[in-house]
Design a protein around this ligand. Sequence first.
Ligand SMILES: [Fe+2]
Length: 371
Amino acid sequence: MESYEFSSPTKVYFGNEIVKKALHKEKEIIGERTLIVTTGGSLIRLGYLEELKNYIESELYVYVDITPDPDVEEIREAIAIGKQNNVTSVIGFGGGSAIDAAKATAVGVASDVDIVEYLLEGIEPPSDTLPIIAIPTTAGTGAELTKGAIVSSRLKKIKSGIRGEKITPSIAIIDPTYTFSVPSNITMETGFDVFAHAAESYCSVNANEYSRMLSEKAIAIVGESLPELFKDIDNHVAREKMSYASHIIGYNVRNIGNCLPHRMQYPLGVETHTSHGAGLIALYPAWIKYESVVNEKHVQKILDLLGCIKDEDPSVRIRDWLVKLEIDRNITELGNTLTAEELNKMVSGNLANDRLYDKEDIVRIIYEESM
Ligand SMILES: [Fe+2]
């Protein structure tokens, strides 16, 4: 068998209504003063934030103004609260945006360098970055395990990552009951993101036997559970399974990484103010088609596991699946006004993770086919 490396330093708690017990067990890591970083909104309305505050045994500060695709301005505000009160840990509570913002806050509180410099210069988080406790409330991003925080600067029109081992959460507490009240559209889009992580890590040149096993399991769960949730959004067993799939594929996001659709979605999302899942959905049929040219065996396996119809054209197979869940859309429908050339310039990173090497051409082709 091929050799590989695979790691995760995060202690995981998974289960319904497990948060209180987990926070109590981890009170030494949380320390004397902690800061909750969250998106507020429905987490306040549903009483989840108040409940969480009651579980915490340390002196507590809360920042509730994180928005989707968190902006450096919000993170600067959270960092200021953390510095003023000399907090000992940061808790990210919410979807991927809240957890990424918490990670960036934990970096910023321990550092004298402005947080935007980490984005622009690619500086690694310092070793004294505060402990991060991630409590996801959606099933999708896997941010509770990853060594990156995706942050935007609307002013500078960038969405990029702060990356490094120190930004990996020390503790992840995954309680599927938080997802029970997530609206249908967000459930479908974050659920598609779980699939995208599984599919892209499966096709990656970095994939190995172990990561492919995780991908196959996650794709099969999404293929079964997301259509069930489309029929009945209150199917709690399907919700729990989606939380589990999201969680296990977080190990691949951390260790293997994603391919081209994720890199194309970042600038597209900043330009169109659309969600991560919505952008991925728009790009996928075209990407699947081109990935299939060089990686047919894996693409067919992915589409079989997802439960797609049989067809010779892989983009027809995935599009049919999206249509059945009523989430099919194209880039134009996102309100996109970028030209292919502009997007090409914005897609950052090399494509060593992808099998299609002519970056400019392939970005343009996928982009134009997604119109
Ligand atoms: Fe993603």
